[in-house]
Design a protein around this ligand. Structure first.
Ligand code: ZN
Length: 150
């Protein structure tokens, strides 16, 4: 188990240092800011939708390693997915990080995102891990106002 934990740690460190899809997108059809005042995490999400498909998803921002890695992994997981698939992955991810231990989430279905299961033991970090996802959800709903986890 400790090997696994180390591996998870490495993925988070890697994505924090070299966030994927970390760029603005002038062609984005939706752009929204998310803020987690508890930790100071701040990001702007760019979503380019084409006929209900996420053609491109990217972000810029600053924050702790968990928030940056979570946003980075989220963009990797969602590019090319339909809005419906994205919502389903959001639900699964949200359950993963908020459920009580022993709850049933198929971690295989989440792929690399499953590494965030560990944050459920640290309630203050859950908001770091879910910031990008709540911002995504707001973007899918067509909100334009900045969102806050508080
Ligand atoms: Zn944070």
């Amino acid at each position: 188990m400790s090997d696994l934990r180390e591996l998870y740690q490495e993925v988070i460190v890697d994505h924090n240092r070299h966030p994927r899809n970390f760029r603005e997108n002038a062609a984005a059809t939706r752009k929204i800011e998310g803020y987690n005042p508890l930790c100071g995490d701040k990001l702007t999400l760019f979503l380019e939708l084409d006929n209900g498909v996420i053609k491109d998803i990217s972000f810029v921002g600053t924050g702790c390693a968990i928030s940056m890695a979570s946003a980075s992994l989220m963009t990797e997981a969602l590019k090319g997915k339909t809005e419906e698939q994205a919502r389903a992955i959001f639900d699964r991810f949200h359950t993963l990080v908020t459920q009580d231990k022993g709850g049933a989430v198929d971690e295989d279905q989440l792929g690399k995102l499953a590494i965030f299961a560990g944050v459920r033991e640290f309630p203050t970090r859950v908001k770091c891990a879910t910031l990008a996802w709540h911002t995504l959800q707001a973007a899918l709903e067509g909100n334009k106002e900045a969102i806050s986890t508080e």
